[in-house]
Design a protein around this ligand. Structure first.
Ligand code: SF4
Length: 370
């Protein structure tokens, strides 16, 4: 396998200071057996293995995404040492290493922000909408909402000269129009994303996402896209329907290519696969014994990859097959068929795609020269 760039999600902390109702991480009770943080010895081993990986693949870009649980529970001192090591490795190897952190924002403070600015760390903060929506889902263990702290964190980032990306797990019963306006106007964000709730085909009572996304698209496309506002998932759907290759995993042909390093050193495929059960990620590979690239030969890595290339009959016959390509591979999983299904959100995707496609058709014009 020849690699030019790679995303590695490093789970530096396994616990969280929030107890969000939909969290895919804690749906797998096995995560509670993990050490609370990545140990210094494993961190050392991680950088050794990364150096070997970069050298053997002449890797040009490496994206290290610090994740959890809540990655800020790793603490200032450990984060500073980690970022320093990443910078040293980039200098030694010539590989462009970018560090990013995905946080709930609650523990962000000025000291951490000046560290992140020093190492040019990209920050993504989870916020699910206005207080009434956010505080329904993103709660502390005592059931209190986290909205006020998160807004404070966004303000702090901006005062430190950092514009965070905002990630919203979109409540399908919320108004798409109101949420787009909230992020763009009230929070003043130019770049945010609506994530689809993660479920498998075995989950019952999963709400339709069609109305939310159609409303969000209408509002964004006609009012905010012309102002330079990017909603990554909707932009990806537009690109896919225009015949381009969107850089999103939830729609289209791009694969779920991130490697995950757990706090116990386990080397695993993408974390969201946990919704298919612990067996879907339990490779038995570990930094202490294996090279990171050993994952690329592992059946648990290869199976979802192959599922993207081998669509079931109804996907192959579908008018949106080229743009949707079965949707997010995790949403295709069932215990009986594995990944050999269309997406759990298939009907919704068709409805949203048809709406976007018709809108694009009626908005496009062709210029003929001469
Ligand atoms: S819309 Fe449904 S049938 Fe069509 S490609 Fe996507 S998941 Fe498959």
């Amino acid at each position: 396998m020849h690699l030019k760039r790679l995303d590695i999600i490093v789970k530096v902390a396994s616990r969280c200071n929030l107890d969000c109702t939909y969290c895919h991480w804690f749906r797998d009770p096995e995560v509670l057996r993990l050490p609370k943080t990545l140990s210094p010895a494993l961190e050392e081993m991680l950088f050794e293995k990364l150096a070997a990986l970069i050298a053997s693949h002449q890797l040009e870009h490496l994206n290290l995404i610090l994740h959890g649980g809540e990655p800020l529970l790793f603490g200032y001192r450990r984060l500073a040492a980690f970022l320093q090591k990443a910078q040293q490795l980039a200098t030694r190897s010539g590989c462009r290493i970018r560090c990013n952190i995905t946080t709930n924002g609650v523990l962000l403070n000025d000291r951490l922000l000046s560290l992140f600015r020093q190492f040019q760390v990209g920050i993504a903060i989870s916020v699910d909408g206005p207080k009434s929506v956010h505080d329904k889902y993103r709660i502390t263990v005592n059931g209190k909402g986290s909205y006020d702290k998160v807004i404070e964190a966004i303000d702090r980032c901006r005062s430190a000269g950092i514009e965070p990306a905002l990630l919203c797990v979109a409540d399908p019963s919320a108004s798409g129009k109101a949420l787009v306006k909230f992020f763009a106007d009230e929070l003043g964000s130019k770049r945010f994303d609506f994530l689809i709730p993660n479920f498998t085909r075995d989950d019952e009572g999963v709400a339709s996402i069609a109305q939310f996304h159609i409303e969000a698209f209408e509002t964004w496309f006609h009012h905010y896209w012309p102002k330079g506002v990017v909603i990554r998932h909707l932009e990806g759907m537009v690109e896919g329907l225009l015949g381009l290759t969107p850089q999103i995993e939830t729609f289209g042909t791009s694969n779920v290519a991130a490697v995950v390093i757990q706090p116990d050193g386990a080397i695993e495929p993408h974390d969201v696969l946990r919704i298919c059960g612990h067996d879907a990620v339990d490779t038995g590979l570990n930094l202490m014994d294996d090279a990171i690239e050993a994952i690329f030969q592992h059946p648990l890595w290869l199976t979802p990859f192959q599922a993207k290339r081998h669509l079931p009959e109804n996907c192959r016959q579908c008018e949106f097959s080229a743009s949707c390509a079965g949707g997010y591979v995790m949403h295709r999983y069932s215990k009986t068929n594995g990944f050999h299904n269309s997406s759990l959100y298939c009907e919704d995707i068709q409805q949203i795609s048809r709406h976007i496609y018709d809108t694009l058709l009626s908005s496009m014009y062709v210029e003929v020269e001469g």
